[in-house]
Ligand binder design. Structure first.
Ligand code: 5RP
Length: 230
């Protein structure tokens, strides 16, 4: 059911894609549907050039014959379509559940527009129930972890800070070669202030709060797809 909603959100966003566009391709199970749909359209003659936000998405896109470029050759994109872990007021997002937040944020910021596609379970009144992914450099990991812990205390976090592990118990490493710490806030009523506090910590490469980056969301539920504009 949820996967069907993810597909329908992806299909709705496809209506915004036209030939000639430079497209950012997101990461995750919802974005995967979108990439499949773009792939079919390319096979039927759609002329787009794309930048993937992860190695996983790049492999999928290559397999479908989607033409790829990079931000050196194509520093500005027309549109990025990506999933989200939480979608809050003002289309503020938590992203990075798949560990791709750094490339996702760089690609979204290089795009004239970002559209989120999601099933309705992602909508929240207050961000923070989903653990906030924070990408950190391996150098100084202990000191960076302590500094993030202090920020969590300042922002009344309800839970702990955990290093992300893979299913086999070994540390998760991002496409950029960094670690991920998952911060269990419970509630983030002031995402802008938290975002600023996190980027001020040396060793924090990026965090999963996407604020002011997303202009539209297609959110699918049992009754259809809602369009939310920021
Ligand atoms: C990956 C992401 C994903 O977009 C986010 O985790 C949502 O994934 P899914 O569509 O599988 O629920 O941010 O880093």
């Amino acid at each position: 059911m949820t996967d069907d909603q993810k597909y329908r959100a992806a299909e709705a966003a496809m209506a915004e894609v036209t030939s000639g566009m430079r497209l950012g391709l997101g990461t995750g199970s919802t974005a995967k549907h979108f990439v499949d749909i773009v792939g079919r359209a390319v096979q039927n003659g759609l002329d787009v050039i794309c930048i993937p936000t992860s190695e996983v998405t790049a492999a999928q896109a290559r397999g479908l014959g989607i033409p790829l470029t990079d931000l050196e050759t194509t520093p500005e994109l027309d549109l990025t379509v990506d999933g989200a872990d939480e979608l809050g007021p003002g289309l503020a997002l938590i992203k990075g559940g798949g560990g791709a937040l750094l490339r996702e944020k760089i690609v979204a910021a290089a795009s004239k527009r970002m559209i989120v596609i999601a099933d309705q379970s992602k909508r929240v009144e207050v961000l923070g129930r989903y653990p906030l992914p924070i990408e950190v450099n391996h150098f100084g990991l202990g000191a960076t972890t302590a500094a993030i812990g202090a920020v969590m205390a300042d922002f009344n976090a309800e839970g702990e800070l955990r290093r992300r592990l893979k299913a086999d118990g070994t540390p998760f490493v991002t496409d950029g070669g960094h670690a991920i710490l998952d911060a269990f806030f419970g509630r983030i009523p002031q995402p802008e202030a938290l975002a600023k506090a996190l980027v001020d910590i040396p060793g924090v490469v990026e965090h999963g709060l996407f604020i002011g980056l997303c202009q539209r969301a297609y959110v699918a539920g049992p009754a259809g797809v809602d369009v939310l504009d920021g």
